[in-house]
Design a protein around this ligand. Structure first.
Ligand SMILES: *Cc1c(COP(=O)(O)O)cnc(C)c1O
Length: 367
């Protein structure tokens, strides 16, 4: 559908479909194949499988580049990190997805990279650290603290020093932010989250708009073998068909819950970057109250991960691997598609009970 000037909603629904010939299915089939007849690209299932194509095509068109699917978001990130020359510097957010930071720290310990952790909202600091680095890794908004980077300014500066820029676009999705159009060289996704959207897939992708980068990342995938499954790609492509509708609804719910949380006497502060489906907040009473609250809910699911149709929450620091730059009591709320009043009633009772603020004392608000 490329070159037709279509809007993202139309691309999400229509890109990556089989050719319209009589009798063809509207959706690409799930191809289970380790070996393929030679003569048309891949002849072995680790180097390529037609089952990956629909997902890669629709994601690539949405991001404005070419996508390569990986077995997980972390596998996708690994392929990008593997391109960093031995001993070179990598700039990364001091707060980011725990698995990404854990891997970067491990690479630093093994002497493979020099790791420079920065506040990604401080563009000057990022650009100073990036000037002689091989790679700037951005995650924007960050997980779970929701910091936002000025990708365009960082991309401009990096273009002058020859520093590569990669953006983990998991939270924004290509419907809210297209980093390749803002100066980034790589976009990385955990498709386990909003792209697939139903908490039933683990999958990742790298998207790029240079042929050289595409060849290099494809080679990493074949070499390390972190290839996607056929079923996972099929499910994620199906998820993307409704991404724009899910995102609009979840985003409206998230903005409203952020507004109500900000006004609640049980809440210290609530953070929401103005787009996306994740809200981060801290309650009165710290980590204990936060942990208790998240285990109290009946509509909101106490669970990790994010981006599903169902609303989930958890205290992130309950995971030992979570960076200590994340406050102990911070609750990450992944907002789904339920009725917002049902969600709020559930959240409010959980917060009031766990913080010891009774319903009657909470009204009227006297802060
Ligand atoms: C979940 C997540 C990842 C890791 O993706 P997996 O699919 O779990 O490997 C990377 N970045 C962000 C921002 C995430 O939320």
């Amino acid at each position: 559908m490329e070159g037709l000037g279509l809007s993202p909603a139309t691309i999400a629904v229509g890109a990556g479909r089989p050719e319209r010939i009589p009798g063809a299915p509207l959706n690409a089939p799930i191809t289970l194949a380790s070996a393929l007849v030679p003569g048309a690209g891949s002849e072995y299932g680790r180097h390529g499988n037609p089952a990956w194509d629909a997902f890669e095509t629709v994601l690539g068109e949405l991001e404005g580049g070419d996508a390569l699917a990986f077995s997980s978001g972390i596998a996708a990130a690994t392929a990008v990190f593997d391109l960093v020359p031995s001993g070179a510097a990598v700039v990364a957010p001091r707060t980011a997805y725990s698995g990404t930071l854990a891997q970067l720290r491990e690479r630093e310990r093994r002497g493979l990279i020099e790791l420079r952790l920065v506040d990604i909202t401080d563009t000057e600091a990022v650009n100073r650290a990036a000037a002689d680095a091989a790679l700037v890794w951005l995650e924007s908004p960050t997980n779970p603290t929701l910091e936002v980077a000025d990708i365009e300014a960082i991309g401009r500066a990096a273009g002058q020093t020859g520093t590569a820029v990669a953006v983990d676009n998991t939270f924004a999705t290509p419907l809210r932010q297209r980093p390749l159009q803002m100066g980034a060289d790589f976009v990385v996704h955990s498709a386990s989250k909003l792209l697939s959207g139903h908490s039933d897939v683990v999958l990742g992708a790298v998207v790029m708009n240079s042929e050289r980068a595409h060849r290099a990342i494809a080679a990493r995938r074949s070499t390390m073998g972190a290839i996607p499954g056929a079923l996972e790609c099929w499910l994620a492509a199906r998820g993307i068909r409704t991404l724009h509708v899910r995102l609009d609804r979840a985003e409206a719910n998230a903005a409203e819950l952020h507004r109500r949380l900000s006004a609640s006497p049980a809440v210290q502060y609530s953070r929401y970057p103005g787009f996306g489906t994740v809200v981060a907040f801290e309650v009165v009473g710290g980590a204990d109250a936060a942990q208790k609250a998240t285990e109290q809910s009946q509509v909101v699911v106490y669970a990790t991960s994010l981006g599903g149709v169902e609303t989930t929450w958890e205290r992130r620091r309950r995971h030992a691997q979570e960076p200590t730059t994340v406050p102990e009591g911070l609750i990450r709320l992944s907002v789904g598609l339920e009725d917002v009043d049902d969600l709020w009633a559930d959240i409010e009772q959980a917060l009031l009970v766990s913080t010891g603020i009774s319903g009657s004392r909470a009204w009227p608000r006297g802060r």
